[in-house]
Design a protein around this ligand. Structure first.
Ligand code: F2Y
Length: 347
């Protein structure tokens, strides 16, 4: 099935693929969502799920864009100012339309729309009664904070219950998210049957690593989603992230100072950007401009070709950086321009 291939590309995991194939075959109206905490400027890491959101819309899934405004409040975003939080949600909708998401087929839901129902809070409590405290604590990864910050106050323990209740309240077939959202989705799957709700299929996209790369920290014994959450690009470190409003110069500067070990493709944020943002599993022309004395220009047409050459040491990190910056600017510019043109509506 063509739709299945579209939805599968550039994901880290689908839980489960059989279930996904099955609903594509047998269900007419498939409902999915992604939720986000509106909390500031969109960065490259978010573009990965944004492109996947587009794929799902294009595959005919009825997608909800869920602005988790109350969750952003719990998570101390934008000082808990709900007007700012709602403005940040509009900003996200503009970015999605700028990358070509057909917004006429997307429903935007605000947390306010569903937390106003008694049935929602009943679900929160029913989920709580089916979950151990230790499991909820482990699920705090989904707040995107360091473990020691995640329990700053008690409201943060309510958050995972709300995220699972969101899924049940909106009666979703598919929950899309970055790999760091895995614990919420697995909890939802585990309690769904017992509580008589639909068991959501989870689609997880990769997380972009911070431009600084990974320090020599030990990740032994940690789960993949916890590691990914720990090393991801996030807006809390603006110099280690690239934002969709960054100027060409800012993008070039950040890429130039990013970690980019020669011949190494794992733990290389520049290669990750090439893979997940520039190529996205598609074929395209990617030209590494080099002076003849440095071997002349190289053209590749897929990420795999680039990866092989880089591993073999045939591309210097600086040349890779220059091309990735150039390609990235092509992607960011239309988004930046669109946001600029609608500035009064979201800022
Ligand atoms: O990106 C994040 O930190 C998510 N935990 C935000 C989020 C997404 C949802 F889909 C919160 C929610 F409650 C959601 O239902």
């Amino acid at each position: 099935d063509e739709r299945l291939e579209l939805v599968k590309r550039n994901t880290v995991e689908i839980v489960t693929e059989d279930e996904l194939r099955n609903i594509f075959l047998n269900k007419k109206d498939i409902r999915g969502y992604i939720g986000f905490e509106p909390s500031g400027i969109f960065h490259l890491g978010w573009l990965i799920w944004a492109y996947k959101f587009k794929d799902l819309v294009d595959a005919g899934v009825e997608m909800i864009l869920y602005a988790a405004t109350w969750h952003a409040w719990i998570n101390d975003k934008l000082g808990g100012n709900m007007d700012l939080i709602r403005a940040a949600a509009r900003h996200v909708a503009y970015v999605l339309s700028a990358i070509g998401v057909n917004m006429s087929r997307v429903r935007i839901v605000y947390a306010e729309d569903i937390v106003s129902r008694v049935s929602y809070w009943e679900k929160v409590l029913r989920i709580a009664k089916s979950s151990s405290l230790s499991r909820i604590k482990r699920a705090l990864t989904i707040l995107g904070r360091r473990a020691d910050e995640a329990e700053l106050d008690f409201s943060k323990l309510i958050y995972p219950l709300m995220q699972v209740a969101d899924i049940f309240e909106m009666d979703l077939d598919i929950a899309l998210g970055g790999l760091d959202q895995r614990k919420a989705h697995m909890l939802a799957r585990d309690v769904a049957e017992k509580l008589g709700f639909k068991k959501p299929i989870a689609i997880h996209t990769p997380l972009l690593p911070s431009l600084k790369g990974v320090s020599r920290m030990s990740f032994e014994g940690m789960e993949i989603d916890d590691i990914a959450a720990e090393t991801k690009m996030s807006k809390s470190k603006p110099e280690d992230a690239i934002f969709v409003i960054d100027s060409d110069e800012a993008i070039e500067r950040k890429i130039r100072s990013a970690y980019c070990p020669p011949r190494e493709v794992e733990n290389n944020p520049i290669m990750s950007i090439a893979k997940y943002i520039v190529f996205r599993g598609e074929k395209k022309r990617f030209v590494i401009d080099r002076k003849p004395e440095y071997g002349g220009s190289i053209e590749v047409y897929s990420y795999e070709e680039l990866e092989n050459l880089y591993r073999e040491g045939k591309i210097h990190p600086l040349d890779l950086k220059n091309t990735v910056a150039k390609e990235l600017i092509k992607i960011v510019k239309p988004i930046r321009d669109m946001l600029q043109a609608n500035k009064d509506l979201w800022e």
